[in-house]
Design a protein. Structure first.
Length: 165
């Protein structure tokens, strides 16, 4: 019993010292707020409206959980889940969903078996300080249209990060 307690104390002290030597024990990170998600979605919505496209727009946080979902009038209901899955894929794999679509188009069909990876363009990670802080997923148009609308949301985030509104 004495040995176990001494070992536990040694490990605790070691971990405490290691934490001090290697920085803070908890990470400081940026996170999307509902306000930011709404601004990202509004920019995407403006792009869709400008082009007369009906779409679902999903903005997810860094866990892939939807923070804000918008449906433009007359958007097909099937695009609801697709927009969510595009945003999640972008977050989970830290890359645009187009990367998976391109692999499938190139004949690498094994990609279709990757759990949680939707290989359809229109999902893009949202980045701050080189880290994924969320994702945007858009569905309702062609893959290229979805990506164009998602990119408008990404541009809005980038403007916010540079100090714009």
């Amino acid at each position: 019993m004495k040995f176990v307690m001494k070992s536990a104390l040694t490990v605790t002290v070691f971990l405490a010292v290691a934490g001090v030597q290697h920085g803070q024990p908890l990470a400081a990170k940026r996170a999307l707020t509902l306000e930011a998600a709404k601004k990202i979605a509004a920019a995407a919505e403006a792009e869709a409206i400008k082009n007369k496209w009906t779409m679902f727009i999903t903005v997810a946080d860094d866990s892939g959980t939807p923070l804000f979902i918008e449906r433009l009038d007359e958007t097909q209901l099937g695009s609801f889940e697709v927009s969510i899955e595009k945003a999640r894929t972008a977050v989970f794999f830290k890359r645009p969903t187009k990367a998976f679509e391109d692999q499938v188009a190139g004949g690498r069909t094994v990609v279709l078996r990757i759990p949680g990876a939707l290989p359809v363009e229109g999902g893009i990670p949202l980045m701050a300080d080189g880290k994924v802080i969320g994702g945007i997923g858009v569905s309702g148009g062609t893959s290229a249209q979805d990506a164009q609308v998602a990119q408008a949301g990404v541009a809005a985030l980038e403007a916010m990060l540079k100090g714009g509104k």
